[in-house]
Design a protein around this ligand. Structure first.
Ligand SMILES: Cc1cc2nc3c(=O)[nH]c(=O)nc-3n(C[C@H](O)[C@H](O)[C@H](O)COP(=O)(O)OP(=O)(O)OC[C@H]3O[C@@H](n4cnc5c(N)ncnc54)[C@H](O)[C@@H]3O)c2cc1C
Length: 355
């Protein structure tokens, strides 16, 4: 079988890359093993303009946020699903330091961080002694709806092989690659943490990061907001109006990707202290983020093997970064448009050439 592109992985990166290649009329095949704990399957889908205790504005926010909003709306329209919603984060200050940081940020005239005048509005739902503020606009990408819908489309078009990709079977030639009975002009790895072991890319400064989250049923909680108090409590549209995701942990040092009793217990306890209404835990999720040491993605082609590409290293921000960089990679491939310097894998040419 002959195809233009072989894509490994159908997380959010492989989904948008295959979407843009299809839009350009290119032929491609996606190989995905349907791993149930991939980060794209356990994420909340939050696209947030500010991050961390000091509410730092995220990298390239003014380009990446509006792009994400349009990209999810467009793919959703094509698939006849809702792939993204606009929300606000109600940020309940967990301590005086965080309250002060928030108020200072408002004073700088930040366009995403706002005061919330009705301070008593959530008194029946939450315990919060130090008040709250509002972050907007914020989006939630509905990966739990989008990924299966795109998978179905790939299956319908005969563009999906549901199996494990085995790198030992890959043969790389100057202008093409061969994999089993498939010949392609290029292979592009969108396979998350599997790339950490990939002989062509394993020298990249990947830094896997473990995250855990719970899914809880809270029938009486309105779903138009994301609520925050240290952790984020986010509506999970794809599961129904009363389901929320709460998380996540952010762990660099771990033995394995399994869920831990410690996370479940501490999160349940925090939720009990924060929420005034009943809730029930229905799921415990855990997985590894394909993060990188310098918190920037890896996008582009190998400096020696030009038929091998990568779209990876999305870290904590895959929902916003993946559509943006999938489009950049497509435009680079087809129209020789540049890839953002901080994301282009060519910045590691020296170490990749050594392999
Ligand atoms: C708990 C948690 C919460 C998160 N919350 C958010 C959030 O709210 N917002 C946000 O922007 N980001 C969030 N993230 C990060 C986000 O999930 C990732 O950045 C993103 O999902 C990475 O997507 P990806 O497609 O690059 O990789 P992946 O999701 O890892 O996808 C890789 C795909 O490749 C497949 N694959 C791998 N190896 C092989 C192989 N050998 N053969 C065949 N198939 C293979 C896998 O099955 C998978 O489908 C969260 C992550 C975690 C763990």
């Amino acid at each position: 079988m002959q195809t233009d592109y072989l894509i490994i992985g159908q997380g959010i990166s492989g989904t948008f890359l295959s979407y843009y290649l299809k839009k350009e009329g290119k032929s491609f095949l996606v190989i995905d093993n349907n791993y149930s704990n991939s980060p794209s399957k356990i994420a909340a889908g939050i696209i947030n303009p500010v991050t961390g205790r000091r509410l730092v504005t995220v990298w390239m926010v003014d380009e990446i946020l509006p792009f994400a909003w349009k990209a999810y709306q467009e793919i959703g329209h094509n698939l006849d699903i809702t792939a993204i919603s606009q929300k606000t984060i109600i940020d309940f200050f967990p301590n005086p330091f965080m309250r002060e940081s928030f108020l200072q940020k408002i004073e700088t005239g930040d366009k995403y961080v706002h005061s919330f005048p009705e301070q008593n509005h959530f008194n029946n739902l939450f315990n919060y002694d130090l008040g709250c503020g509002e972050i907007r606009p914020v989006y939630t990408a509905h990966l739990e709806t989008l990924l299966p819908a795109w998978r179905q489309q790939l299956q319908k078009d005969n563009n999906l092989l549901e199996e494990n990709f085995e790198i030992e079977q890959l043969k790389v030639e100057t202008t093409k690659i061969k994999y089993k009975n498939i010949t392609a002009n290029k292979i592009i790895f969108c396979d998350g943490t599997s790339s950490f072991e990939n002989p062509f890319f394993k020298q990249l400064p990947f830094a896997p990061n473990k995250g855990e989250a719970l899914v809880v049923e809270i029938p009486d909680l309105p779903s138009q907001h994301i609520y925050k108090k240290n952790m984020l409590l986010t509506p999970l549209q794809g599961m129904g109006a009363s389901y929320f995701w709460i998380g996540a942990s952010y762990i660099w040092d771990f033995d394995n990707a399994d869920p831990t009793a410690a996370f479940r217990e501490s999160t349940e306890q925090s939720l009990r202290q924060w929420l005034k209404i009943p809730f029930k835990i229905v799921e415990h999720r855990s997985g590894l983020r394909p993060a990188t040491l310098e918190r920037r993605p890896f996008v582009g082609f190998h400096p020696v093997h030009s038929s091998i590409g990568i779209l990876n290293g999305m870290g904590t921000k895959g929902c916003s970064l993946a559509p943006f960089f999938a489009k950049q990679l497509t435009d680079h491939l087809l129209y020789e448009e540049p890839i953002a310097k901080d994301a282009d894998v060519k910045r590691f040419s020296k170490i990749l050439t050594r392999s």
